[in-house]
Design a protein. Structure first.
Length: 76
């Protein structure tokens, strides 16, 4: 199995997760960019970068809470 076949298989197996990851990243960047273009116009650049970095724990927190909600719904 060549590298191309492995890549195709990986994408085929993880397609939905990869799309969710991409959508979350796009939404987070759009939200932070909007906030700093409209609300926090005079904020220093380092605050912008900290908000961007906050996307990492936000990502894991969002998907963890989503999994918890699904598990709670299945118990009922």
């Amino acid at each position: 199995m060549g590298p191309t076949d492995r890549l195709r298989e990986h994408v085929r197996e993880n397609r939905t997760g990869m799309v969710h990851d991409l959508l979350f990243a796009l939404a987070w960047v759009a939200l932070v960019s909007f906030l700093f273009d409209v609300v926090f116009v005079s904020a220093p650049a380092w605050v912008f970068y900290m908000f961007m970095l906050a996307g990492i724990p936000a990502y894991f927190g969002f998907f963890w809470s989503l999994e918890a909600a699904k598990a709670s719904g299945e118990e009922r």
